[in-house]
Design a protein. Structure first.
Length: 209
């Protein structure tokens, strides 16, 4: 079963509190989401392998460390996941970015892929799938399956706020995917919103209704 990492760093928890506040406007909301993505990616990349290298300082030659050739990829789930991309890129600027978009069929209620563009060498990369909210888990489960169908094997999922129902569904569907969340909330309400949550992340990011 994919491990769930709940990030309790004080800076992360402080910024989550700002996002939850209904009076936080779109500009500040976008900035905080980007900052949170950067802080979370610091933790989510903790186990990257290192190799020894030799460098010359202004004083002497010494041994140092470098990431051991690991290729990373970032794949936001459209549209809200876009708000997390730049934060991750600040920390790992060499990562390649893909995108996956889906919608729910009004008759079958099943997720349907309408867009999926990944780096050409995505199967060779560790892929971080981004979405601010993990509510029912339907979108995340489907998006990860679309990515797996293109040959990707190493996937991690990063979200800001998760409901227990979504975590359970994602773990059951993709037990190989580790989940990183900034806050694990109480439940879903009858409308599928996370409680206490922060409302609709996409609308709050982009000022839509």
């Amino acid at each position: 079963m994919g491990q769930v990492h709940v990030m309790d760093h004080p800076l992360i928890q402080h910024k989550i509190g700002i996002l939850r506040n209904k009076n936080t406007g779109s500009k500040e909301f976008r900035e905080i989401v980007e900052e949170l993505a950067m802080l979370m990616s610091f933790e989510a990349t903790r186990d990257l392998a290192l190799q020894d290298i030799e460098v010359e300082t202004p004083v002497a030659t010494t041994k140092a460390k470098a990431i051991a050739g690991k290729k990373l990829g970032i794949v936001p789930i459209l549209r809200a996941g876009l708000g997390m991309v730049d934060g991750m890129l600040r920390l790992v600027p060499a990562a390649k970015v893909g995108h996956v978009g889906l919608y729910r069929d009004p008759e079958t209620l099943q997720p349907v892929e309408y867009y999926c563009k990944l780096p050409y060498d995505a199967p060779e990369r560790d892929i971080f799938v981004l979405d601010p909210m993990l509510a029912t888990g339907g979108s995340a489960v489907a998006a990860i399956q679309f990515i797996k169908d293109r040959g990707v094997q190493r996937i991690r999922f990063l979200c800001l706020i998760a409901a227990p129902e979504g975590v359970k569904r994602l773990q059951e569907a993709h037990p190989d995917v580790e989940i990183y969340v900034a806050a694990l909330d109480e439940k879903l309400n009858e409308h599928g919103y996370i409680v206490p949550g922060l409302g609709d992340a996409g609308d709050r990011l982009y000022g839509t209704k």
